[in-house]
Write a protein that binds this ligand. Structure first.
Ligand SMILES: [Zn+2]
Length: 709
């Protein structure tokens, strides 16, 4: 698929800080209701139901000082089977599925309070669900699309003499996020990270990786698939097969000159240097057209892929017949649009995908449409989610929590025994400078800004294909308008409804989307805050601590990689390394079965973040209690709030895996399996042993403990 509105979806399980917003008003109001709750139990229905859920997830027969993971998660593990076709299931996946389910329901719901943009979103979803109309329109939207773009040699009425290569490529690059030969993009300027710059890069190929082009079978399947799609637009079988064979042969030549991702090198250079290096392509004219109305000159700087690729590419293009070029270029446009057509097309698409990646479970239309909507209109889906599933109060509450956690981190940095005064100053400055984004970007919640931002998108409830085209064009225009503009500080690395959290090491930024600010990570009133501080509080602390782990410490307060000039003193760096070795050894000792050991080194960054995060989240909770008074506890659980804090911490991590998934995760994942994250971190935490009165020497309270932060 092309580069769409939301190209930022990741697959990270919470990774890596904050503006200071003072929320005294909210805090004051609560103080009066909560201050006199010491020893009291919350009896409300909501408290009862949350307490019941917590109890069901626990295994009451397990001793918390022996194996806290099974104590907190034993019930959850028993009740949650791994779904068919999957090899693991976890509390965070359960939350993610619940968010998806809510959204599918909300997308279908027509409401009189919907803003124009939310209406567009719902109409888009509707246009996808209505297969009756999609199927009745058959190939028509596609053939119209092809003709508007200047047609191709696949059609018998095509006049190759009238077709202009340069003009066609200019049009495709200007109007669509087209991956053809090379891409023209506007992205962050590496020399000045606050500004944007034009970037020229190698385009992707049809098959997922360069190596596929030495696989005859994969290429044959690609040719057959491309021909089948052309046939569905009315091209006779023989003609389609012959011409698509040429297309695949041409793409094989492209694959031969392509540079693997890891070997790519970039240069920041004026356009005239690119013209000087490769004079056989009209670079200035091309970039000028694509970026018009902005006037581009030879003196303008661009970032360009500086391997041999572009020179080889232009040579290849200049030695290829125009009819093949026309077919290749249009096929690349068509290929991206196939999923949005009638059943004939989507069936061919699905079976080609299955041949490449193996047979998975086929999705229902509802699921497929939800995925497309999420992928193509992610921020709008987020806009809907925050209006229905999140509140401004929740956002404020978490921002307050984050401030207490940053303060706790700074205070803690003064008391860790291995750190010099000079280093403390550097650490505090960085924690202070961290940018914290909670819930959603503000523009999504402000109806006026939200509507203005997506005004140009045209959505028709019965024209699914054209809707995608409209969004694609809008997405491209928006990208190009970024040129000469400062990098948008409100840009998020994630959509708001994502159940995940991030530390962006290159920006010193913590992002906590609304999607993770749901049970069992976060509970609003009247649930005691102990549970949320243990769960999402730990996530916040974890992300903050990433700024000070083995990788994060090499970046300064602006997120710039400056290696040894981070103002840390040499003795502090040496002590830090020493302390981390303790954690490496501790996790190296954990194993699955007889001899499958956890990789302490590979998981070190995450284990540092877990340990530091838990310590400061607990300290932040203690500060909150000091400022607001004791909270009431949950009913029927017989757990103090300190204990609830640790149960909340562990229960957000409950996880079920097949043995094979565990084996794979040990090889590939930078996170240790959940049971070791919980056991390893808690057995280093004094406050935990105190809360559960674990004797020194008990499995969860060993004499030797590892502390970095
Ligand atoms: Zn992490």
């Amino acid at each position: 698929m092309m580069v769409r509105l939301n190209q930022l979806r990741g697959n990270l399980v919470y990774l890596l800080i904050a503006t200071s917003i003072c929320l005294f008003c909210a805090a004051e109001a609560r103080r009066s209701t909560l201050a006199k709750n010491k020893g009291k139990v919350c009896k409300s229905e909501k408290c009862r139901s949350v307490a019941k859920r917590i109890a069901n997830n626990m295994d009451p027969n397990e001793n918390p000082c022996e194996d806290f993971y099974n104590y907190a998660c034993g019930g959850w593990i028993k009740r949650h089977e791994i779904p068919k076709g999957k090899d693991e299931y976890s509390a965070i996946v359960e939350l993610s599925e619940r968010n998806d389910k809510r959204l599918k329901h909300l997308l279908k719901l027509q409401s009189s309070t919907d803003t124009i943009t939310i209406k567009k979103l719902k109409d888009f979803y509707k246009s996808c669900l209505n297969t009756k109309i999609v199927d009745s329109r058959a190939e028509k939207p596609l053939t119209e699309f092809i003709k508007k773009l200047g047609s191709w040699d696949m059609f018998s009425d095509f006049d190759v003499e009238k077709w202009d290569f340069n003009k066609t490529l200019q049009l495709f690059h200007k109007e669509y996020p087209a991956e053809i030969f090379f891409t023209v993009d506007v992205d962050v300027d590496p020399k000045n990270r606050t500004m944007n710059i034009v970037t020229i890069d190698q385009a992707k190929l049809c098959l997922p990786q360069i190596v596929y082009y030495v696989n005859k079978e994969a290429k044959r399947e690609l040719g057959k698939y491309a021909a089948a799609i052309a046939q569905h637009t009315g091209v006779p079988y023989k003609r389609a097969m012959k011409k698509m064979k040429e297309v695949v042969m041409f793409e094989t030549k492209l694959a031969k000159i392509s540079v693997p991702k890891k070997a790519k090198k970039y240069a920041r250079t004026p356009i005239r240097s690119l013209i000087g290096a490769i004079p056989t392509f009209p670079w200035l004219e091309h970039i000028r057209y694509v970026l018009s109305p902005r006037n581009i000159t030879e003196k303008d700087y661009i970032v360009v892929l500086c391997n041999e690729y572009l020179a080889d590419l232009i040579q290849l293009i200049n030695s290829t017949p125009k009819r093949i070029l026309s077919n290749y270029m249009m096929w690349r446009m068509v290929k991206d649009m196939v999923p949005f057509l009638s059943k004939d097309f989507t069936d061919a698409y699905k079976s080609f995908k299955e041949k490449l990646t193996g047979k998975g479970q086929r999705k229902t239309r509802e699921e497929t449409c939800y995925r497309y909507t999420d992928e193509i209109l992610g921020p709008l889906v987020g806009g809907l989610f925050i209006r229905r599933e999140f509140t401004v109060e929740d956002k404020k509450e978490v921002e307050e929590m984050m401030q207490l956690i940053i303060k706790a981190f700074e205070k803690n940095s003064e008391s860790v025994p291995w750190i010099s005064n000079q280093t403390i100053i550097a650490v505090k400055q960085k924690a202070d400078a961290a940018v914290v984004k909670v819930g959603y970007p503000d523009y999504l919640f402000n109806d006026t800004v939200f509507n203005e931002r997506y005004e140009e998108i045209e959505i028709h409830p019965e024209k699914f294909f054209e809707n995608v085209v409209s969004i694609d064009k809008f997405s491209n225009r928006r990208t190009f308008r970024k040129l000469d503009q400062p990098v948008d500080p409100h840009q998020w690395v994630s959509v708001p409804h994502m159940a995940n959290a991030f530390y962006v090491v290159t920006k010193n930024e913590i992002v906590i989307p609304a999607g993770i600010l749901q049970p069992p990570f976060f509970y609003g009133e009247p649930i005691p805050r102990s549970v949320s501080y243990g769960a999402v509080g730990h996530v916040l602390g974890h992300e903050l601590t990433h700024g000070f782990d083995t990788l994060g410490r090499k970046f300064n307060l602006y997120g710039e990689l400056i290696q040894r000039r981070t103002k840390w003193s040499d003795p502090s760096i040496a002590n830090f390394e020493n302390r981390t070795q303790c954690l490496v050894n501790q996790f190296n000792d954990y194993k699955i079965g007889k001899d499958l050991h956890i990789d302490g080194k590979n998981t070190l960054g995450e284990n540092i973040a877990d340990g530091g995060g838990l310590k400061i989240a607990f300290e932040a909770y203690e500060t909150w209690v000091r400022e607001h008074g004791e909270e009431y506890t949950l009913p029927d659980l017989d757990l103090t709030n300190e204990q609830l804090f640790f149960v909340g911490y562990a229960q957000k991590e409950c996880h079920n895996s097949t043995h094979q998934a565990l084996v794979d995760s040990i090889k590939e994942d930078v996170h240790a399996p959940s049971m070791f994250r919980i056991i390893g971190t808690l057995s280093n935490t004094e406050a935990f042993s105190k809360a559960f009165k674990c004797k020194l020497g008990a499995p969860m309270n060993p004499e030797k403990k590892c502390h970095v932060w």
